[in-house]
Ligand binder design. Structure first.
Ligand code: ATP
Ligand code: MG
Length: 426
């Protein structure tokens, strides 16, 4: 019997979720300033939504899908990425309609599932924050979206991120390049990995994306796609580069970067961060002008990125960024004796109803243990409640940092704790 979590998954405990919520909050605020709104799509989709759009020959589809037949014999897959589902939803919900303001800017946060070999920063259930922008082919959209990711890293305090940039051009450019790549790789066929020998037939650009040593060596001197861009593709790429420079966003051109998904054209990019000497991709995306049409919507350009939350946090922690820990508690009620149990409950509830965070002892512990608890909750104030306090209806409220105390009526705590906090210099 397996009573442990499945391989490649993680439990997020309260000390973790605080950090996650922080990252999510910063992302929500950053995206809101760019007029992005949240979309939530199902965790699973029809297999076909993913397979052909992401690409029948990609690793994601050929090796990493969590797919199954449900009880109604439908071929279902847990989503391995966010873009195809969002495009599916965009078309299904007719967000292309003229009454919806363009461009349509959507973001999502949630679990993605890929059957991979688990290692640091590579899980089977992982989480992405992603954005998609529909309806603008303006290169300013490419740059704005890249700039938004860049600003998010800055807002989170991530250092040393490098933007890697490439262009896949339009369909014509890509076809021309494809042939050049076949011509280059065919004589090297025997030195390629088994997978890449297959890729060479099916989808030669995928060889550039291989992580196998022999493939990396083989493509080192491969022709550059940038030499095959036609006029339109070149103009788009030049405009993107110009505007990145205008915004002072540094980048490096990486002509061997093709991304692990088939739907991209024109601009593609990755943000890489250095952790412990090695480079890790934390965010990746690009332009996908054909995807809405593929889902039977009207021709609509698209641009987006996906960012791995686990990898982002890995980088933040390795870089020693200060992440929020436990939120302080406004008041802790030390409870002296069973006879004040109900009064303590009333008091703690009265505090919470005024909007303060409050906790009490439930376990009849010695005062010393209760004060320790107050410290570990980082309580601002401690209120000790025993039968004599109940009788006199007077309690002392202690500033748990300075030990300063004020004597007040129970009524005052129940109706105006704000004022008591002020008296104690909070
Ligand atoms: P890689 O080349 O590392 O496999 P990818 O090209 O498959 O990445 P994308 O599909 O572009 O990755 O996903 C975008 C981001 O999601 C990645 O940059 C990474 O931060 C994160 N990511 C992808 N796969 C995983 C995974 N298995 N576990 C954790 N994070 C992941
Ligand atoms: Mg991958």
């Amino acid at each position: 019997m397996k009573l442990q979590k499945p391989k490649g998954t993680q439990d997020l405990l309260p000390q973790d979720t605080l950090k996650w919520q922080y990252v999510e909050d910063v992302a929500r605020k950053t995206f809101a300033n760019y007029r992005y709104a949240e979309i939530r799509t199902p965790m699973f989709e029809h297999y076909e939504v993913i397979s052909r759009s992401v690409g029948d020959t990609t690793d994601i589809v050929t090796k990493e899908m969590y797919d199954f037949y449900d009880k109604g014999d439908r071929h279902i897959t847990l989503r391995p990425e966010g873009t195809a589902p969002v495009v599916r939803s965009y078309v299904e919900n007719k967000l292309f309609a003229p009454e919806v303001q363009k461009p349509v800017k959507l973001y999502y946060m949630g679990s993605m599932f890929r059957y991979e070999r688990p290692q640091a920063g590579r899980l089977r259930e992982f989480h992405q924050i992603g954005v998609e922008c529909f309806g603008s082919s303006n290169p300013a959209t490419d740059v704005e979206t890249i700039a938004m990711a860049y600003q998010l890293f800055d807002n989170l305090g991530i250092k040393d991120v490098t933007l890697h940039l490439n262009s896949l051009g339009n369909t014509q450019s890509r076809l021309a390049y494809r042939q050049a790549l076949i011509d280059y790789l065919t004589p090297l066929r025997d030195s390629l990995s088994k997978d890449s020998q297959r890729r060479l037939e099916e989808n030669p650009l995928r060889v550039l994306d291989s992580k196998e040593k022999e493939d990396k060596a083989a493509v080192e001197h491969a022709p550059s796609i940038l030499d095959y861009l036609d006029e339109e593709s070149q103009a788009h790429f030049d405009a993107v580069r110009d505007m990145l420079e205008t915004l002072d966003i540094p980048y490096v051109i990486d002509t061997n970067m093709v991304r692990g998904l088939d739907y991209y054209n024109h601009t593609i990019f990755e943000f890489m961060a250095t952790v412990g000497g090695s480079e890790l991709t934390i965010c990746a995306g690009g332009r996908y002008d054909g995807l809405v049409e593929y889902f039977n919507g009207p021709a609509t350009p698209g641009f987006g990125f996906g960012l791995g939350i686990e990898r982002l946090l890995l980088v933040l922690e390795k870089q020693g960024a200060t992440l929020p820990s436990c939120e302080p508690l406004d008041a802790y009620i030390a409870v002296l004796g069973d006879e004040v149990n109900s009064a303590a409950l009333q008091l703690v509830q009265a505090l919470r109803q005024q909007g303060f965070s409050a906790e009490r002892d439930y376990l009849g512990r010695k005062l010393k243990a209760q004060f320790k608890a107050a410290d570990s909750f980082n309580a601002k104030t401690v209120i000790t409640l025993g039968s004599s306090e109940l009788e006199s209806q007077q309690v002392s409220v202690k500033n748990n940092h300075t030990r300063e105390e004020v004597k007040v009526s129970l009524e005052a705590i129940k109706t105006d704790f704000e004022n008591i906090l002020k008296q104690l210099n909070f």
